[in-house]
Design a protein around this ligand. Structure first.
Ligand code: PAF
Length: 283
């Protein structure tokens, strides 16, 4: 496995491979877990050369404490990537990634007005900036993102369409702990008591799906699940909504056969958890 911390080194390595090898990019912020490794595994299955990037991107953090405490575990990450069969790692410094303070402002229309966008001002501008840079630097044929960040997947899809990046996107399923908690680098900051109740976020999403499938109105199912979650642990719920899967517009009534997402974000102790599940409305 080759590790680069400069764009020049990375590009010198990739340029001769690109004409004959499919290059897959797995962008990460490090603190890797089985969810990231599943992205690497899918990339390995489809691409001759897998590049993982590790960069804690300051421009996408709206909360300075979150940026400060974001876990940084480069040595362990490299060992995991090596075992996973990743061929190339790009782990730039902040100065390498942002030699000049960025001035570009990316807007993603109504998609970024809701959910994560509404609660994390500037977040998707930062994601769009860094992902665009990575796409230019790595020039992958395929890029892999996890469905746990569903809104991010949709924002990146819009970015690729609007800026005509010549690559394919793959959205990979959320990987969960045995108790249902969606894997996240931030989970390691949960205390033991918080970790015990953390899976209830996922359970609240499942409750919504179950209740609407049994005929409850969406608003009632959401209100019940939200109340249950807030009573079942020290969760501060930021949002819990049923939405369409294109623009994440809130949905009040379901059409049989259509696919919807139920999405939630909640603060639990020092950690902000997000999760979502997709479901198809019954008849
Ligand atoms: O999902 C993440 O880890 C980050 O948002 C990403 C895509 C690596 C951009 O910094």
């Amino acid at each position: 496995m080759q590790v680069f911390d400069t764009v020049a080194g990375l590009q010198a390595h990739l340029a001769p491979l690109r004409p004959t090898q499919t290059i897959g990019l797995v962008p990460t912020m490090g603190a890797l877990h089985a969810g990231h490794l599943a992205l690497v595994a899918q990339a390995r299955a489809e691409c001759a050369c897998v590049v993982a990037s590790i960069f804690v991107n300051p421009t996408q953090f709206n909360n300075p404490a979150d940026l400060k405490h974001y876990p940084r575990t480069l040595a362990a990450d490299l060992a995991l990537l090596q075992t996973a069969g990743c061929q190339v790692v790009f782990a730039p410094t902040e100065a390498e990634m942002y030699p000049h303070p960025p001035t570009l402002q990316l807007a993603f229309g109504e998609l970024e007005q809701r959910l994560e966008g509404a609660h994390r001002p500037g977040h998707f501008n930062g994601v769009g900036l860094v992902v665009s840079k990575l796409f230019h630097q790595v020039q992958p044929h395929v890029a892999y993102f996890g469905q746990k960040d569903l809104q991010q997947c949709l924002v990146v899809q819009q970015l690729v369409r609007d800026l005509a990046f010549p690559l394919q996107l793959r959205r990979c399923p959320t990987v969960r702990e045995a108790d249902g908690l969606a894997m996240s680098s931030r989970n390691r900051r949960l205390g033991p008591a918080e970790r015990l109740v953390a899976p209830r976020l996922h359970q609240s999403l499942q409750q919504v799906v179950q209740n609407v499938q049994q005929g409850s109105p969406v608003a009632q199912a959401v209100a019940q699940a939200r109340a249950w979650l807030e009573q079942s642990g020290p969760f501060t719920v930021e949002y819990l909504e049923v939405a369409d899967t294109e623009q994440l517009r809130p949905v009040a009534q379901l059409a049989a056969g259509q696919t919807y997402a139920v999405l939630a974000a909640a603060q639990l102790g020092p950690v902000r958890l997000i999760d979502n599940v997709l479901f198809q409305a019954g008849g």
